[in-house]
Write a protein that binds this ligand. Sequence first.
Ligand code: ADP
Ligand code: PLP
Ligand code: ZN
Length: 307
Amino acid sequence: MQERRVLSIQSHVVRGYVGNKSAVFPLQVLGFEVDSINSVQFSNHTGYAHWKGQVLTAEELNVLYEGIKLNNVHHYDYILTGYSRDTSFLETVVDIIKELKKANPGLVYVCDPVLGDQGAMYVPENLLPVYKNKVVPLADILTPNQFEAELLTGRTIRTAADAVQVMDLLHDMGPETVVLTSTDLLSKHGDQFLVALGSQKIKKADGTRVSQKIWMDIPKVDAVFVGTGDLFAAMLLAWTHHHPADLKTACEKTASVMHHVIQRTIAYANEMAGPGKRPSPAQLELRMVQSKADIENPATVVRAELL
Ligand code: ADP
Ligand code: PLP
Ligand code: ZN
């Protein structure tokens, strides 16, 4: 089998699973070679009571990239990016992606445009125009949540038709594949489910373009998980690699991995917390290593419907 190499530019944490800690192990388990650049090195994610650590500057990122380039090993099949807090860092990432796409025109850029959630931005506002004008146009696969998709397009999502329109607007900005990882749309199974949607534009042999749109109802667990967005993007990279023109299957596999990992995590967290107690952020860290078999071969437990 041909080797597939991913460059992943994301956070590192000493304890727990966000950013590269959420992406590298599962991608390696699935056979990808992963080169990782740690955009920050923190003790733990920022949802804990305390966190400490270092931030990689744009210049330091460039130095690492220069080293890779000098050795002529800057040949990648995929680039994966997530959380960034700084415009000059993000602009340097953009420059690197442009060069890597020149080195390999077939390179696929998987972008999680991390801006915020539930109506609040948790990165500085000046990142939004950089994402809109420079990052999203380079992305091949985009994984915003509802709020991020709304910020990027300037449209509000209230209905399924709105969501479809927003995904088409995001296609117009660049990416051929868009997945809204979580929305507030009402599931037909009730409020114990969250709704995710996806859209893929496929070029047919005769040159015409069709789009496949999918809807998923995902069983909701009453807890706040961190690092799930990062794991979702990594698994979508892996499963779209195996099913490049079948978003339905890629999303079913991705959402099924999420389900297995989250079920194992909440069972463990509840046991650690004890009866009637809410688990702490430390107890809710994803059970990643323990989920190795599910990551390698996920039983399909979440189904997607074609829209
Ligand atoms: P983002 O950080 O981009 O908003 P989330 O972490 O909310 O993304 O969601 C990414 C995926 O993680 C969802 O599509 C779902 O599969 C899973 N997920 C996250 N939180 C939950 C939850 N509380 N219950 C069930 N699944 C969840
Ligand atoms: N990176 C760091 C350092 C974080 O603290 C967080 C969340 O707190 C994340 C990334 C993103 O996590 P998620 O995948 O849940 O969006
Ligand atoms: Zn996210």
